[in-house]
Design a protein around this ligand. Structure first.
Ligand code: GRG
Length: 301
């Protein structure tokens, strides 16, 4: 029987969604007093309304590369996805990107209201850290602590949130290629890097394997952003499930703006080759990760 990659990725996304659904049900956890239904509904709208589940799938596949396939890995993958979903809920707010559409649906502040969307993002972010510290993630508390600390660093001031700040400051300003690369490695790169690095950490991989997977995460993080910038220039809002042309509208400096479309495509090709080379020592075991890198480079939404 041949391996059906598309089916495998669909199954992995379904696994993540089943657990996300359970983590976001109405039953309060020990010492939670109650889960206000409107806030819970807004969190569910932000976290369960479509989404490619790229980060949790990368996390699970990286752990799988080292034969680590557990329920705990799915929990940790959900924590990461909650942080990603919170960032999108906040990014769509009028004070940030001011978007009406996400994943082909009204954004959380459109479906509910701004205050509820802010709280939904806050509560997703907080719940993520509750989930990742859970004993079920891994029996070794020091390993869970490492996963939590690295997640905080990837999401916080020196990672995603800091990158968002640099991005806001870059509107209507010239930026050098180095500056753009740095802000993107923080804004979108940090969580993708974490996805690959943390999967290897959870699986107790060797330091050199963790470093290799970290580099793999950096390479696909950059490729993801370049592909996203290209799609922002070239794809339709219908294909993307969100408004396009936003970078130019906001006067945002992007690598595509600086390098041009042709050079960006060449850089994407180079990054895909680097990602494949990094996976070479793992042979066929890494086929899914290689296919994911290919998907990120060639995606159409
Ligand atoms: C608000 C703290 C804070 C941070 C926001 C990630 C981010 C920082 C903003 C997102 C802005 C944006 C649309 C960037 C382009 C790349 C990106 C993260 C796209 C959305 O990720 P996908 O394509 O989304 O993985 P799905 O919907 O599939 O989950």
């Amino acid at each position: 029987m041949t391996f059906d990659l598309k089916q495998h990725l669909t199954d992995q996304a379904a696994k993540v969604e089943t657990v996300l659904d359970r983590l976001l049900d109405e039953t309060p956890l020990a010492s939670e007093i109650t889960r206000p239904p409107r806030l819970l509904a807004a969190m569910r709208h932000g976290a369960l309304n479509g989404g490619k589940r790229l980060r949790p799938i990368l996390f699970l596949e990286t752990a799988n590369l080292f034969q680590h396939e557990t329920e705990g890995a799915v929990l940790a993958a959900c924590a990461l996805e909650m942080i990603h979903c919170y960032s999108l809920v906040h990014d769509d707010l009028p004070a940030m990107d001011d978007d009406d559409l996400r994943r082909g649906q009204p954004t959380v502040h459109k479906a509910y209201d701004e205050a509820t969307a802010i709280l939904a993002g806050d509560a997703l972010l907080t719940l993520a850290f509750d989930v990742i510290k859970d004993d079920k993630v891994h029996p070794d508390a020091s390993l869970r602590l490492r996963l939590s600390r690295e997640l905080a660093r990837a999401a916080g001031i020196g990672g995603m949130a800091g990158g968002q700040m640099l991005d806001l400051e870059s509107e209507h300003r010239d930026r050098t290629e180095t500056e753009i690369r740095r802000l993107q490695s923080m804004k979108t790169g940090a969580l993708l890097r974490y996805a690959c690095r943390a999967g290897a950490i959870l699986a107790n991989a060797s330091d050199s394997d963790i470093e290799r997977l970290t580099r793999f995460g950096e390479v696909i993080g950059l490729a993801f952003q370049l592909a996203d910038d290209l799609l922002d220039v070239e794809a339709s809002a219908e294909a993307m499930g969100k408004a396009t042309g936003k970078d130019a509208e906001a006067g945002k400096a992007t690598l595509v703006g600086l390098l041009g479309v042709e050079q960006t495509r060449a850089e994407l090709k180079r990054l895909l080759q680097e990602a494949e080379d990094l996976m070479q020592p793992y042979g066929e075991t890494a086929n899914t990760l290689k296919a994911l890198a290919d998907y990120i480079v060639n995606r159409t939404n």
